[in-house]
Design a protein around this ligand. Structure first.
Ligand SMILES: Nc1ncnc2c1ncn2[C@@H]1O[C@H](COP(=O)(O)OP(=O)(O)OP(=O)(O)O)[C@@H](O)[C@H]1O
Ligand SMILES: [Mg+2]
Length: 309
């Protein structure tokens, strides 16, 4: 249910669900929404709630599934999903959901990536172009809502960003953590007092809705294994902190790896250029020396030849 998902700008989803339930999408609502934000912040949960509450149909696909190595696949599979959605049921609203759009967009924002010049790169671009064409062709009578999710908003190019209503899904603030924690603990049947929730709100700061859900889930498991509520919460918290720390270490390691590769690339790139420059200069030098010598030889010959005459 939409009410169970914490989001600061929930009103638009409530209205979309209401209208989709009536089987129409009035002009004051967007034809397309782009849900962006860190992993586990409720983007897909919100779309799922929209579908459950409105009873509309959903066609869901991962962005990378739109593309194969076959020429033209990017545009044909995108077109196909829209054809199927239009045919589906004219009396019910339809959501076309395209997940993880950032996985096919870098090439269109950065032509310098090697991917831009591969067949898949071109197909990614075709898929996005077709998505824009289909978006423009959708009329309000189609009752189709195009929903796109993505983690890295900076990878979304202008063509997409300017068409879609972009809605941010941030990690929850204190209010959000409170709501999610209260909701999930009720769902899992763990009774938490106001003070207990408050205590854990502080500890869970910076984590996503998914992390908070895992925290409550782990606590429930410990309780079912015989721990007291306090012990279970403490163990689940330790687990969560460890997981968050390990993830951070991993991403730091990856960052350092990328940085080292970049530095190595720059140094070797530069030394490669220097070596090339040296080789060219040496060759040019040898060539020049050769010319001078042969010139001298010629001149010598020229100089001597008249006397021979
Ligand atoms: N804002 C939230 N309110 C309530 N529950 C949430 C929220 N965010 C996440 N959750 C919980 O975490 C689960 C995973 O969230 P979801 O799959 O929607 O994340 P996502 O934003 O789509 O992540 P990803 O970018 O990794 O696909 C949800 O099913 C829900 O139980
Ligand atoms: Mg998701």
């Amino acid at each position: 249910m939409i009410k169970d998902i914490f989001h600061p700008g929930k009103a638009i989803f409530v209205e979309i669900a209401k209208q989709l339930r009536k089987g129409k999408l009035p002009e004051y609502l967007p034809k397309g929404i782009l849900l962006y934000g860190p992993s586990g912040t409720g983007k897909n949960a919100m779309i799922e709630a929209l579908v459950n509450e409105s009873g509309c149909l959903i066609f869901s696909i991962g962005a990378t599934e739109l593309v194969t190595n076959i020429q033209g696949s990017g545009s044909s599979s995108t077109k196909e999903i829209f054809v199927r959605a239009r045919r589906a049921n004219p009396n019910r609203g339809v959501i076309i959901l395209i997940n993880e759009l950032q996985s096919i967009t870098p090439v269109t924002t950065d032509q310098s990536t090697p991917l831009a010049h591969t067949r898949s790169g071109q197909e990614y671009d075709n898929a996005l172009t077709q998505l824009c064409i289909e978006y423009d062709q959708c009329s309000n009578n189609d009752n189709i809502l195009i929903a796109v999710t993505c983690n890295e908003f900076f990878r979304i190019n202008e063509r997409i960003r300017s068409r879609f209503e972009c809605i941010k899904f941030p990690c929850p603030d204190e209010n959000g953590i409170y709501e999610i924690l209260k909701n999930k603990s009720e769902y899992f049947g763990i009774l938490l007092s106001y003070e207990e929730i408050e205590r854990y709100v502080e500890k869970l700061n910076g984590l996503s809705g998914r992390d908070i859900t895992h925290f409550v889930q782990n606590a429930k498991r410990e309780i079912s294994l015989g721990k007291t509520k306090e012990e279970a919460l403490a163990l689940a918290m330790q687990h969560q902190i460890r997981a968050a720390r390990d993830a951070r270490e991993n991403s730091n390691r990856r960052f350092n790896q990328l940085r080292d590769e970049a530095i190595r690339g720059a140094v070797f790139g530069a030394s490669g250029t220097i070596t090339k420059a040296l080789v060219v200069s040496v060759l040019a030098g040898i060539g020049f020396l050769g010319l001078v010598l042969s010139d001298n030889k010629d001149n010598g010959n020229k100089g001597t030849s008249p006397s021979h005459k």
